[in-house]
Ligand binder design. Structure first.
Ligand code: DOR
Ligand code: ZN
Length: 335
């Protein structure tokens, strides 16, 4: 069996920088493009930094066709500054992190009230807002506690397109249905695993990410929405490579590295649930429609031919362990 996709997109990707970028960029290039996260050190907060980063990404892609949809780390910006960003080639959106909520987000937003003028201007200019939606509360409640913030943003800025990034709960899905100006991304791991897979037995550092995987009923609701073709639910891998030594460590870094396995595992998931025809929408069509993206056409064929997943990907002095390391996936990308 084969599934042919046109221009699959990853709507939430961490490519990092330096040697890690050189290693992970080609491993992410089965996708025709991706929304690239700005949480470098220092964060990508200025158009000039963004342009330079986009050039480093293009260099690391080494001739591969890949469209990087660049984001700027949300900081208060004037309308003029937003206009300048909007005119910068490759610019896609602003990514808002609550201060200190995850990897390299110390410079994020501490007081949302101060973000309002920027949000108003973004709404007028049609710049999408991508949000890491977690509170600083109890780890399992962080997303549900943040839903009140999404609700307030959606009401106060009805024309602002707001993306709830990497949702992990059934409650977030219900909010999606309350407001037409909300969309959401969901990762591969949150369609597959629960907290039990992370911490129910021997601790699995390579499945530890933020937001943490939740309850079976949350996972099941997310999966049903994805398989059912929810038009405002997009695939965003949140593939977040960390050096192996930072994952297999006391104080394990958050992030699951899924870029090289995402399309094969999604093909398996959709095929075994009789939803192969819905994969195109989930990994490209819905996002294109919602954001009005014009993506160069590119055919990617997935086949039910096994893919052995290496124990680790190595190169440029880096080592990173993917999800399903050392296992054989039943589907692969056809060369
Ligand atoms: O698990 C995560 N890793 N969640 C995030 O929000 C950030 C990401 C990273 O950059 O490592
Ligand atoms: Zn992320």
């Amino acid at each position: 069996m084969e599934i042919t996709l046109d221009a699959p997109l990853d709507m939430h990707l961490h490519l990092r920088d330096g040697d890690m970028l050189k290693l992970t960029a080609p491993l992410s290039a089965d996708f025709a493009g991706a929304v690239v996260m700005p949480n470098l050190v220092p964060p990508v907060a200025e158009p000039a930094q963004m342009t330079a980063y986009a050039e480093r990404i293009a260099a690391a892609m080494d001739g591969r066709e890949f469209r990087a949809y660049m984001t700027l780390f949300f900081t208060p910006m004037s309308e003029a500054a937003l206009r300048a960003a909007q005119q910068t080639p490759g610019f896609f959106a602003l990514k808002l992190y609550p201060a200190g909520i995850t990897t390299n987000s110390e410079g994020g937003v501490a007081d949302l009230a101060q973000a309002e003028p920027t949000l108003r201007a973004m709404e007028e200019l049609g710049i999408p807002l991508l949000v890491h939606g977690e509170s600083h509360g109890f780890v399992l409640d962080r997303e549900s506690e943040f839903l009140a913030v999404y609700r307030r943003l959606a009401q106060r800025f009805p024309k602002l397109r707001i993306c709830m990034e990497h949702i992990t709960t059934a409650a977030a899905l219900r909010l999606l249905d309350e407001f037409e100006n909300l969309c959401a991304t969901v990762t591969l791991q949150h369609l597959l695993i629960t907290l039990d897979d992370v911490a129910g037995g021997a601790l699995q550092p390579h499945l530890f990410c933020k937001p943490i995987a939740k309850r079976p009923e949350d996972r099941d609701a997310l999966l049903q929405a994805a398989l059912g073709g929810h038009p405002r639910l997009f695939f965003g891998s949140d593939s977040a490579p960390h050096p192996r030594c930072k994952k297999e460590a006391c104080g394990c870094a958050a992030g699951v590295f899924t870029a090289p396995v995402a399309l094969p595992r999604l093909a398996q998931l959709f095929a075994e649930n009789g939803a192969a025809d819905r994969l195109q929408g989930f990994v490209s069509g819905h996002a294109r429609q919602w954001y009005g993206l014009r993506v160069p056409s590119r055919r990617v064929v997935l086949q039910d031919v096994p893919m052995p997943v290496p124990a680790a990907y190595r190169g440029f002095g880096q080592q990173v362990v993917p999800m399903f390391a050392g296992r054989v996936l039943p589907w692969s990308v056809k060369a």
